[in-house]
Design a protein around this ligand. Sequence first.
Ligand code: ADP
Ligand code: MG
Length: 331
Amino acid sequence: MRLRQLGEFGLIERIRKATPPGPGVRLGIGDDAAWVECPKRSLLITADLLLEGVHFNLRWTSFYGLGYKTLAVNLSDLAAMGGSPAYLILSLGIPVDFKVEDVEQFYRGIRALASDTGVALIGGDMSAAKRFLISATLVGYAPYGAVRRSGGRIGDDLYVTGTLGDSALGLELLKRKRQKAKRRGIAHLLSRHHFPTARLKAGTLLARERLAKAMIDVSDGLLQDLGHICKASGVGAVVWQDALPLSPAYRNWAGSKGSFYALTGGEDYELLFCLRRRDRARLGKIQKKLGVPIARIGECVPPGEGIKVVNGRGEPVSVPVGGHDHFKPGS
Ligand code: ADP
Ligand code: MG
C-alpha cells in the first residue's frame, strides 16, 4: 500500500500500535503532547536532521538500516556527553508515493535499537515532502554531569574508542558499486557504515569516573572533530599516525589511501577524549568495562602548534583536506 492511500492518521495509528510503552512514559503517541517522567534533575537534549540525497542514499541504504542509524547517531551525541538516553521524538517528511511497508521497516529499525538502549519513542510529527526527511530529537539524563569539549589541557593524552575510518571506506566501496559485499572484510566495513554502534557504556563510564575531561563523538572525521576539542579547550594536538586504530578490513581495503579515511572520513561514531596523564592507571583499571577497546593516539600541545599528524619517525605528515562541512560543498 502507498502512503497516499493510508493517509497521515492511518500511518500514525500504525506507528502508535507498534510502539511499546516505555519506562517513564505516562502518555506516548496519540495526544497533543507526550507526558513523561523526569526522575533526574538535569537533561541532555540533542537533535539530528537527515536528508535523502545529502545524508543517505536509498539506493544502497535499507529503510530498516536508516531507522537504526537515525537513532544511533543521536545516541552517539548523548554518549559523547556522558549521558544516558530516555525519550525520542521523530518527525518525518515523506513522499506520498512511499510504500507504507517501507516506513514501517524504518520504524522497525528504530525500535530494534530503542529496545536495546532503553529508549522510548514518545511522538513526532509528519508531513508530505518531495524527498525523505528525518528529524530526530533525543532526550536523556546526565547522571554524572555533562562532559564538554572544553576540558582538555596541554599535556593531556588523546584517546579514541574502537577503530577509525571503517564507515567512510565502506561508503567509498559502495559508491564504487562493482565491489561485492561478500568479499572478505567488506561486510564488516558496510556494517560499520549502516549500523554504527554508539559508545554509550564507554561514555557514561568515562563520565562517572571523571576520566574524560573533554569528549566528542567522531562523526565528521577525526581531525575535524579533534579540531572542535582543540578550539573549545584552547590547545593544539599531535596525532601519531602509527597509533591510529585500524580494523583488519580497513587495512586490507584502504590501499593507497593509507590512513586517509581514518583521519578524515566521517561517521565513525567513536568517542574521542582527553585524559590527564596522571589518570592513565585508573583508565587501565576500568578499560575492560568500557565495552570497546581504546587506543592512545596522541597528545594535547600548546595551541600555537595547531593540529599535526606525525609518522613513526616524528615527521609531520601532510593530510589532504577532508572532514565534512555541510555549507562548504566539496569539503
Ligand atoms: P498535532 O496535529 O496535534 O501535531 P498529530 O496529528 O501531528 O498531532 O500527531 C498525533 C500524535 O501522533 C502525537 O502524539 C504525535 O506525537 C504522534 N506522531 C505524529 N507523527 C509522528 C511520527 N512521525 N512518529 C511518531 N509519532 C508521531
Ligand atoms: Mg502534527
